[in-house]
Design a protein around this ligand. Structure first.
Ligand SMILES: [Zn+2]
Length: 121
């Protein structure tokens, strides 16, 4: 069972850019919360990105099958902590998403980046 993080403790820790800031950490598992603006997103965000990718490729004449989409979705949801937004960053999720998708669909990293980064809901 994944940890349902709870925190009422903070500690001074270094952020990615080297500045020392107070970070919350989980009382139960001890993992440190992500306080950067690089916030992780729930898996739904990536599944929507996937269907958007499928549509873009279809418009370009490349058909992605339902089975491919299912395999990607299954693999993403099987990765423990993938959408544990307590600590994961969006940058890390993007790396994982891109490597998983590229196992099943031959697309460029650039296209995947643009599908993930564009502002749409
Ligand atoms: Zn925890």
């Amino acid at each position: 069972m994944p940890c349902v993080h709870e925190s009422n403790k903070k500690d001074w820790m270094k952020t990615q850019n080297g500045i020392i800031k107070l970070h919350p950490y989980c009382n139960k598992c001890g993992s440190v919360g992500n306080i950067s603006s690089d916030r992780g997103k729930k898996i739904g965000y990536f599944l929507i990105a996937l269907s958007r990718l499928r549509k873009i490729l279809k418009d370009r004449g490349y058909k992605v099958s339902e089975a491919q989409i299912r395999l990607i979705a299954k693999e993403l949801s099987s990765i423990e902590d993938f959408d544990d937004t307590w600590w994961i960053t969006f940058s890390r999720q993007k790396e994982i998403f891109i490597s998983v998708v590229r196992k099943y669909i031959r697309v460029s990293t650039d296209l995947l980046e643009s599908v993930l980064n564009s502002e749409w809901r």
